[in-house]
Design a protein around this ligand. Structure first.
Ligand SMILES: NC(=O)c1ccc[n+]([C@@H]2O[C@H](COP(=O)([O-])OP(=O)(O)OC[C@H]3O[C@@H](n4cnc5c(N)ncnc54)[C@H](O)[C@@H]3O)[C@@H](O)[C@H]2O)c1
Length: 339
């Protein structure tokens, strides 16, 4: 049994608690940490965020609760710390947890700056702890099975790909930290980075980026659209949180291959449809479960076996952070940025 401490009991902390407690038989949450006492008083798993989980009654009386991180680390009794705190805390808390001897699963993005990301990478190398980041698209059946189908070569090469992530403003975060760019990196680092990471994973590092941003009065980016330079294909991505609240949230992608077009759209059923050249369209069969389930299962299994089994290392997440920061630079300068 892998014993877990969750740090940060907001939207994602509850999401992770829900996965561990209801879907992973080899995982047990034994400790919770949050600076807000009331956040530790969890009666159900209604996350209040843009992705719903099972809202059901919970008995957390056996779980230890902390408002001080160092006390939790000192008392221990767990194998891994799962960090669901605001992004500006990721580097410091990750490094402290690894230096105290714990494996760490950290929510995305890895950090706000390359320097902070490098601190984490150095701590992973020094402490030899297992570490992974919640870049959930690398585990999400719709994305990963589409990638597998494309990688099979059955429909030839990708000629064009586009990724989109449209959201209302995430007003539900504790104290509104996510709307403060210094704490979250704004829509680019907080939301769009999901697609940036998947593009980097799927197609490798582009030669350069050209981005445009929707900027708010305080200079923050609330929506970003990027064109990535690859020699043999055109790749674009767009994402942000300027949609109306009645629109909510959607993620989608379109892949135009030599012999098929593949559409991925979470507002449709089926989510993934394959349109072969000269053939009838058909739905791509997908296994049950979402990216959160598969990423946490993979990390818990890694900790149980004592070896990294999952596809997102600290270096991978740092690479995605670097790419996203280059996009922000391009949007700010209005110029193409070479990578
Ligand atoms: N993978 C995904 O799809 C996804 C979705 C949403 C958020 N996230 C990421 O998860 C992380 C958390 O986001 P969220 O939406 O859950 O935020 P949230 O505001 O809902 O939750 C954060 C929690 O951290 C607590 N907290 C804040 N400062 C603290 C401190 N100094 N010490 C201890 N606790 C503190 C807050 O009280 C709150 O309960 C962010 O890095 C975000 O980018 C990932």
């Amino acid at each position: 049994m892998v014993k877990i401490a969750i740090a940060g009991m907001g939207f994602m902390g509850k999401m992770h608690l829900s996965v561990y407690s209801s879907k992973l038989p080899n995982a047990e949450v034994v400790a919770l940490f949050d600076v807000r006492k009331e956040a530790l008083d969890i009666r159900n798993l209604d996350t209040g965020g843009n992705i719903k989980t099972d809202a059901r009654p919970l008995n957390l009386s056996d779980i230890r609760k902390y408002t001080d991180f160092d006390t939790m680390l000192k008392e221990g009794g767990f194998d891994l710390v799962d960090i669901c705190l605001p992004t500006y805390l990721h580097a410091d808390i990750s490094v402290r947890a690894m230096e105290a001897g714990y494996h760490v699963f950290c929510e995305k993005p890895l950090a706000l700056t390359v320097e902070e990301g490098e601190r984490i990478v150095n701590a992973v190398n020094k402490t030899k702890r297992l570490f992974s980041v919640g870049h959930c698209l690398r585990y999400w059946p719709a994305y990963i099975n589409t990638k597998k189908l494309i990688d099979s070569g059955r429909f030839g090469k990708v000629r064009y790909a586009e990724f989109a992530r449209f959201s209302e403003a995430p007003v539900w975060t504790a104290g509104g930290w996510v709307m403060d760019g210094k704490k979250s990196g704004n829509a680019a680092l907080d939301l769009h980075i999901h697609d940036v990471d998947f593009i980097s994973f799927f197609f490798g590092r582009p030669e350069g980026v050209f981005s445009r941003g929707v900027f708010e009065k305080d200079g923050s980016i609330s929506h970003i659209a990027t064109s990535y330079s690859y020699e043999d294909k055109v790749v674009q991505s767009t994402g942000g949180w300027i949609c109306s609240d009645s629109f909510g949230f959607n993620m989608r992608a379109l892949f135009v291959l030599e012999l098929a077009t593949i559409e991925l759209d979470f507002s449709k059923k089926p989510v993934v449809t394959v349109y072969p050249q000269g053939g009838e369209r058909y739905p791509l069969e997908l296994p049950e479960g979402d990216g959160y389930y598969y990423e946490l299962k993979s990390f818990v299994d890694s900790v149980e076996k004592g070896e990294p089994l999952n596809p997102v290392s600290a270096e991978d997440a740092l690479e995605s952070l670097r790419l996203c920061l280059r996009e922000i630079e391009s949007a700010g300068s209005g110029r193409y940025v070479s990578i």
